[in-house]
Design a protein around this ligand. Structure first.
Ligand SMILES: *Cc1c(COP(=O)(O)O)cnc(C)c1O
Length: 457
């Protein structure tokens, strides 16, 4: 232990390999099912959506996967990211606990998302892809992939959820600055988008609809366009593990090891990236760190959803995977943590929660913003509303330590800054935000639309 509060690794300590949890999963893998036949998909089917080098990563069982040098070269623009001890937050809480956070806000677009965007752009370039399609909610993923495609000379079409396209123009302008083509989804550029617009011309869009559009464009492009997903899939989780691998070394520099590791979870990628290297220590070295995934009470995938096979998108055209889900027909309430509004969750994260290796928690909107404001006042960084869910859980753990007198070491991931979310903060300060708990009957209703899966899957 020292009195240092900022732990910065030298550039030479940037990880050389990603950690692949497939090698250590305590439960057998579950298949990915074809949306039409509900039979396990072949690599050829996935190869329509993704380049083969990425498809192979999805099924790879090697524990360590070398990070290609061109990817490390770009990572070095902002990585290794700093780890901080939040001493001013500890003081404000009067807790004996030590609180650490990994700072992913320092990337060029302000979140953890470039860690996989850069890798995916690289592998697509290697495989000869000329153009990518993707979706984005509030624009965090879109801006990360737009930057990465620009670095590697790939063209990019982005389907942006319509309500965000109009309400949050700044991230769209960032994407356009990187030469991406951004369309408000639902659009009339796809069959599915047209169908949604016929039923509801005023549809505000959703992440599930935008995914369906981006997938349709790639699948019907005759092989000229591939699709890219910013979360949920195994290769995305793996690319993000640079976060936790650096954090392990930084905790060593601090002379401590975390008792509790916390991250927010939307599709699961920043959670997996930060937590899986610590899960690895739990699974293989007998460490007993409590691993916590935090989600909004308004989109309670892990805490109220069902662990079952479901489609990845609203149109039911994307493959079906076994995961915690609120049902692919889930219509997200208008909360401000846009990045946490997906109906499903990464299969790997879901399996670990189901097996008891990861604990899931939910946080309500008001207590989350209260935590965000306290964090910004003590540590000076305005967190993304998504990241504030992790802060809320870290603060709750620290308050428990104050009450019990325990000196726990708590580490959480600060997945992004909230500089483009200031209207949400304004609403909070004006008392205009509300708590909303997703009702049980809505979960039950959505479960009636789950795909019918052959027994034994
Ligand atoms: C997208 C996003 C998330 C949620 O996505 P995950 O895949 O669950 O990490 C969380 N925080 C920030 C800042 C994001 O941009």
């Amino acid at each position: 232990m020292s009195d240092r509060t900022r732990f910065q690794l030298d550039q030479s300590r940037l990880p050389k390999a990603w950690y692949n949890i497939n090698a250590d999963m305590p439960v057998p893998p579950t298949p990915v099912l074809h949306p039409g036949t509900m039979q396990p998909v072949t690599p050829d089917f996935l190869g329509v959506l993704f380049p083969m080098n990425i498809v192979m990563q999805e099924v790879c069982q090697d524990r360590w996967v070398e990070i290609p040098e061109p990817v490390r070269e770009i990572y070095r623009m902002w990585r290794p990211t700093p780890m901080h001890r939040a001493v001013r937050l500890e003081k404000a809480l009067g807790t004996p606990a030590h609180i650490y956070y990994k700072n992913e806000t320092v990337s060029p677009v302000g979140s953890h998302k470039p860690n996989t965007a850069v890798a995916q752009a690289f592998y697509n370039k290697e495989a000869g892809t000329k153009a990518l399609t993707t979706e984005t909610g509030a624009g965090q993923w879109g801006s990360a992939l737009a930057m990465a495609c620009n670095f590697f000379g790939l063209s990019l079409e982005i389907f942006m959820v319509k309500i965000s396209y109009h309400q949050k123009p700044y991230r769209r302008i960032i994407m356009e600055n990187f030469d991406a083509h951004v369309f408000p989804s639902p659009t009339d550029r796809t069959h599915f988008g047209k169908r949604v617009l016929e039923e509801d011309p005023e549809s505000p869009g959703s992440l599930g609809i935008a995914i369906s559009e981006a997938v349709e464009v790639a699948v019907t492009s005759g092989g000229t366009k591939k699709y890219s997903l910013g979360s949920v899939l195994g290769h995305v989780m793996m690319h993000q593990t640079v976060i936790g691998l650096e954090a392990l070394e930084q905790m060593e520099m601090a002379g401590e090891y975390p008792d509790v590791v916390i991250a927010c979870a939307g599709g699961g990628s920043n959670f997996a990236g930060f937590a899986f290297p610590f899960v690895h220590k739990n699974l293989t070295e007998g460490k007993k760190t409590k691993i916590v995934a935090v989600e909004p009470a308004s989109c309670p995938t892990l805490t109220k959803g069902k662990y079952t096979f479901d489609f990845g998108d609203t149109a039911a055209t994307a493959p079906s995977v076994k995961m915690y889900t609120l049902g692919h027909t889930f219509i997200p309430p208008g909360i401000h943590a846009g990045g946490l509004r997906y109906h499903g969750m990464a299969p790997s994260v879901s399996a670990l929660v189901n097996h008891g290796d990861v604990v899931a928690r939910s946080a309500r909107q008001l207590e989350t913003f209260e935590a965000a404001v306290l964090f910004s006042k003590t540590e000076g960084i305005i967190p993304a509303p998504e990241s504030a869910h992790a802060i809320r859980a870290a603060i709750d753990e620290a308050i428990q330590c104050r009450e019990s007198g325990q000196k726990k070491v708590i580490a959480f991931n600060l997945s992004g800054h909230g500089h483009f979310d200031m209207t949400a903060y304004e609403s909070y300060h004006h008392g205009l935000l509300e708590d909303y708990e997703y009702p049980d009957h809505a979960v039950e209703e959505a479960m009636t639309h789950l795909p019918k899966v052959p027994a034994g899957s």
